[in-house]
Design a protein around this ligand. Structure first.
Ligand code: UT7
Length: 337
């Protein structure tokens, strides 16, 4: 099949939202035994945003969705499907996606949540791409949002300094014939990595009880080194793999938008793909790791800073809990801001 004969989906709108409350490393020093230099050296994080207690994932998502809809010039009743990628939905059920569907008045959309932690938004985008290429959907809203403060132990220095709250939203849309958008993607999972990054209680095996709450089992547990080792190799490998599949190299990439978990992981992946730092989006310094939010928020920031324009080749890559991972190569399809 000739490249232009295929149906293509592309990102035609993107939005972001972060809570106002900026929490610096010095603020974190008042909560746990840590220091600014350690956090910057080991992660690249300078500050993050914390939402007000009681903020739902759907609340954080709505301003980001509005921005994405405005950028794409789309109306709520044109949306066919909403995929909210999150590990911190407002409630276990109903889904955050259904709450979003009502809040945005997307009366013709079906909606579901997707749980893949830091890989959530990439998984969601690939599902949207598949629905569109199958010919049954035209406009899919893919949200990546996490309210990590809802599941962080603020007394655990191994985790509380790493994460922040934030929401990104993208409209993934069927492109006019002949326009190229999302070119190819590589996804993977390895459940054997689950034990290194997880939340022990609150699911069906250990439902909430006085004991689980007292033991602090509703918080993120991470064995940082094990995740780091897997992520550093994983992200570099899949970034190269997706480029190879489309017959491209780092030279063809205009912008690399990696998951923002650790500046050292990003740096390793971009070196392997032979990409200069000037082609890499780094937002971890200001926002920390917002889990499913890092990539779509970074895409919006890239658009705001005019670092990406229609037709540019964008490489996306992620690695997270599960383990889960994914990379995509796409031509940017959204108008300039
Ligand atoms: O997005 C989902 C996927 N997640 C990731 O990709 C995260 C991957 N992991 C990482 O980014 C890194 O492993 C961390 C940033 C979490 C930790 O960095 P590290 O270089 O692997 O440090 P470490 O865990 O081996 O800890 C080194 C030392 C330890 O002290 P000892 O045992 O050597 O005395 C820790 O207790 O640093 C200590 N430490 C801290 N010190 C100051 C751990 N956390 C802190 C802290 N402040 N916040």
């Amino acid at each position: 099949m000739k490249i232009e004969d295929r149906i293509y989906a592309g990102i035609t709108g993107v939005g972001k939202f972060f809570p106002e409350n900026v929490v610096t490393n010095h603020d974190m020093e008042k909560r746990v035994k840590t220091n600014h230099d350690w956090i910057v050296d080991r992660t690249g994080i300078h500050e993050r945003r914390f939402a007000e207690p009681g903020t739902g994932a759907s609340d954080l998502a709505m301003p980001a969705i509005q921005q994405a809809m405005d950028m794409a010039g789309a109306k709520p009743d044109e949306i066919d499907c909403i995929i909210c990628c999150t590990i911190t939905p407002d409630t276990v059920f109903p889904s955050a996606s259904c709450l979003i569907q009502e809040k945005m008045g997307a009366t013709n959309a079906w909606a579901f949540d997707l749980s893949a932690a830091c890989s959530g938004w990439v998984y969601g985008m690939v599902v949207a791409d598949s629905l569109i290429r199958a010919g049954s959907h035209r406009k899919v809203m893919v949200v990546g949002v996490d309210v990590m403060t809802a599941i962080l132990n603020m007394n655990d220095r191994n985790t509380c300094v790493l994460f922040g709250d934030g929401a990104g939203a993208t409209l993934v849309e069927r492109l006019p014939d002949g326009e190229v958008g999302i070119m190819d993607s590589v996804l993977g999972s390895d459940g054997a990595g689950g034990k290194h990054l997880y939340m022990p209680a609150g699911g069906s095996v250990r439902p909430a009880s006085h004991e689980t709450v007292e033991a602090g089992e509703h918080y993120v547990v991470q064995e940082g080194k094990a995740v780091f080792r897997a992520a550093v190799d994983g992200m570099a490998k899949i970034s190269l793999e997706v480029l190879e599949r489309i017959g491209a190299t780092g030279d063809d990439v205009d912008l690399f938008v990696p998951h923002q978990a650790n500046l050292r992981i990003i740096d390793y992946a971009r070196k392997k793909a032979k990409l200069p730092m000037s082609k890499v989006m780094v937002t971890i310094d200001k926002y920390g790791n917002t889990t499913a939010g890092t990539i779509p928020t970074s895409l919006r920031i890239a658009a705001e800073e005019k670092r990406v324009k229609k037709g540019d080749m964008v490489l996306i890559s992620t690695f997270g809990a599960g383990f889960t991972w994914g990379a995509s190569a796409l031509r940017w399809s959204a108008p300039s801001l």
